[in-house]
Every structure is written in structure tokens, then in C-alpha cells.
Design a protein around this ligand. Structure first.
Ligand code: GLA
Length: 390
């Protein structure tokens, strides 16, 4: 026998329908309102920075025009406490010719950060690479007078930039990427040719002189891997012996899926702890379309790799999951070494903004915790869980 609706339910039908209609109208209004005021939308997920607070600070390297990018503000202000301007404080941007200073962009960036109580990392005072050093820096010869001139130019650069932001930029990547990838101790460049490692010591001394309160960092990539780590530790010991003010090492952390060097990171944190130094993870991401082969065997795979773009339509669930597991393992490791790890900064805000969509070839990449719409990915939730586990 077919059951009739319960009479009392039947009497409830009209009010229920009216209620549903009202709910529909309300929902529609909310959606419309949400679309119109996207920047006022508050996401339901927890704040990464707040969850991590008891372990370390969470930061991010962002577009230099940040103040003019309201579409980035909600995500940024919700999850991050520290910002690094991507380019505008690099020597080539801030002093493209001798004594021609370009401060408008970093000034606006630093003011925005102050208004929103974000800390700022200054990146970077010396980038010890020829193609990243404006050519006017280098004197023509290699006599002691040339060496002196290079140091003098560096001193002027550091004092001018660091004094301008004293108290507002509270940590500096003083020297970036000075160690060699191959057999040399330092990367061959105008810096090492004229000054060996002496320019590094002076860069730290002068930064400290210009702002004695700032946290001073030596920043590099692959410096958690054995070969470069040894060079890095040697550099740190030498600086320490000379009483040079250095406080932390930046491990850039541009990793690749399935290649995250967990054990080597652990060894690096132990070594830094023994030296009494801190670590910052300064530019974290996990490349989902690994790039190392690009440089292998004299670049012979490049043509083939330049056509590789497998995740144009998104990352398959299996890979999203693998990325989540590897991020979580990484954050568990950082957490275990939270007495050494001072800060973890991602490089770029969300997948759509990552430099790995273009470097070293163009592809649709997915290296971060937030997708192209700024929505948290499985990796985000896995990291939050790793940080909350008891
Ligand atoms: C290096 C630099 C950063 C940035 C990234 C790629 O890691 O330190 O400033 O240029 O490369 O964008």
C-alpha cells in the first residue's frame, strides 16, 4: 500500500516551501554580494600563519606591485605574516646605474606591509652572479684599486638601501647565491675574482652597521645537499671566526616532486644548530613537472622538454595527493626542528602566479598550496594537519 504523507507533514508543506524559496533568495543575494565584493570574502579554511605560529613564521614572495593588486590581498592577509618583494629590491632594480635609485616600488610595498602589519624581507643586497649584478658595479681591471672600488660601490649600495628601510625591513638576504654549483668554492663572478670571499664578510658588516637590529641571512639553493652544504658550512665558520654578524641561512627550497631532500635537510638543520645559527626556508615550492633534466648533458633534452605541458587541465588527484603527502612530511620535519627554523616562506602566492609556469620553459605548473583561484589544495590541508598533530 502506498503511504500517504503524514497529515501534519502535509500541513507543513506550504511554510516549508516558502522557507525554501526565502533561503534561495538569500543564497542568491549572498552569492551576488560575494561576487561584487570578492575582497571582503572570508574563506572558511584556517589561517596557515596562525596554525604555524607556535613553530615558525609563515611568509611568501609576492609581486612587487602588491598594493595595486587587491585581488591578492584576501589570500595574502589571511595566511601570511611575512612578505618578500620578488624583484624590486634586487640590485639591478633598485640601482640600475650608479647613484640612480628606484625606490618608488619598494617604498609603496613597504608602506603597504606596515599598514597591514606584515613583516618584510629585503631581497637581496648582493646577488653574487654576473648576470644579476648591474654591469656598472664592476670596475674594468683587477688591481687592488679596482677591488677597493667594487667594495666601495657595494658599501654605498648597502648603506643607502638598508638605512632607508631601517626598522621597517627587519631581515635581509644580504648575499644571494655566492657558492659554486661545481668544483669551485665560490661561483666565478666579478665579485669572487676581485675579492674572493671578502665581499661577503663586508656585506654583512655593512648591513649590520646600517641597521644593527636586522636579522641577516646568507641565501642560496641546494645548500642543503652535501656538496654545497659543506661549502656553506665552511663559509659560515669563516664568517664566525672573523666575528662577522650573520644570523641565519636561507635554504631557498625550490624542490621537485619525489625529490624533496628530507634526510639532507635534517642533517643541515643539525649542522646549523651546532653552529648556533638559524635557518629560514626562503622560497619554498614543489615543482610538479621536474626541471633538473633541462640542464643535464649539455642541455640536449631541452627541445623535447620545451613541449612538455602535461597538466594544462589540472593536476590528477593522485598527484595532488602525492604533493600533499610530501608537503606534510616537509612541515613535520620543519616542526621537529622549530628551534632552528625561524620562518618558512613560499615563493609566490598561488599556482597561477608561480615562476615555475615559465622557468625554465613555459608550462602549466602547480607547485604551491593554493590553486589558480586561490583555493586551498589538498597540500594545504595536509600541512595544516601536520602542524596541528600532537
Ligand atoms: C632565485 C632568487 C629569487 C627568484 C627566484 C626565481 O631563487 O633568489 O629572487 O628570482 O630565483 O624567481
Amino acid at each position: 500500500m502506498k503511504a500517504h504523507p503524514h497529515p501534519s507533514l502535509r500541513s507543513l508543506r506550504w511554510p516549508a516551501l516558502c522557507g525554501l524559496a526565502l533561503l534561495g533568495i538569500l543564497l542568491q543575494a549572498c552569492t551576488r554580494h560575494g561576487l561584487q565584493t570578492r575582497s571582503a570574502h572570508v574563506s572558511p579554511e584556517p589561517s596557515l600563519a596562525a596554525v604555524a605560529e607556535r613553530w615558525f613564521r609563515i611568509g611568501v614572495g609576492v609581486h612587487d606591485a602588491l598594493p595595486q593588486r587587491p585581488e591578492d590581498h584576501v589570500l595574502l592577509l589571511r595566511h601570511f605574516r611575512v612578505v618578500t618583494p620578488e624583484n624590486s629590491l634586487k640590485p639591478a632594480a633598485v640601482q640600475p646605474r650608479e647613484n640612480q635609485w628606484r625606490f618608488a616600488t619598494p617604498d609603496a610595498f613597504v608602506n603597504f606591509a606596515a599598514r597591514h602589519r606584515l613583516q618584510v624581507v629585503g631581497h637581496c643586497l648582493v646577488w653574487a652572479k654576473d648576470d644579476r649584478t648591474p654591469s656598472w658595479f664592476y670596475p674594468p681591471g683587477d688591481t687592488p684599486a679596482d677591488r677597493q672600488l667594487l667594495l666601495q660601490r657595494m658599501s654605498n649600495h648597502i648603506h643607502t638601501v638598508v638605512r632607508r628601510y631601517r626598522g621597517r625591513i627587519t631581515e635581509w638576504d644580504v648575499v644571494n647565491e655566492a657558492l659554486d654549483d661545481g668544483n669551485h668554492w665560490l661561483r666565478p663572478s666579478g665579485w669572487s675574482r676581485l675579492c674572493d670571499d671578502e665581499f661577503i664578510a663586508w656585506a654583512f658588516r655593512w648591513t649590520h652597521q646600517a641597521d644593527p637590529q636586522a636579522l641577516l641571512i646568507y641565501n642560496d639553493y641546494h645548500n642543503e645537499l652535501p656538496a654545497k652544504r659543506e661549502k656553506c658550512l665552511r663559509l659560515l665558520r669563516r664568517l664566525r671566526e672573523q666575528n662577522v654578524p650573520i644570523h641565519a641561512v636561507g635554504l631557498q627550497g625550490h624542490y621537485e616532486i619525489d625529490q624533496v631532500p628530507f634526510e639532507e635537510l635534517e642533517r643541515t638543520f643539525d649542522a646549523l644548530r651546532a653552529l648556533g645559527l638559524k635557518a629560514v626556508i626562503s622560497e619554498l615550492d614543489i615543482d610538479m613537472i621536474p626541471r633538473a633534466r633541462w640542464w643535464a648533458d649539455g642541455g640536449r633534452y631541452r627541445e623535447e622538454m620545451a613541449r612538455l605541458d602535461p597538466y594544462r587541465d589540472g593536476l590528477p588527484p593522485e598527484l595532488l595527493d602525492r604533493q600533499a603527502q610530501q608537503y606534510a612530511r616537509l612541515f613535520r620535519l620543519f616542526r621537529r626542528h622549530a628551534d632552528v627554523v625561524e620562518r618558512v616562506s613560499f615563493w609566490n602566492l598561488h599556482d597561477g602566479q608561480s615562476w615555475l609556469n615559465y622557468f625554465p620553459w613555459q608550462r602549466v605548473n602547480h607547485p604551491l598550496l593554493f590553486d589558480r583561484n586561490g583555493r586551498p589544495k589538498p597540500a594545504f590541508y595536509a600541512v595544516v594537519e601536520a602542524l596541528r598533530e600532537s
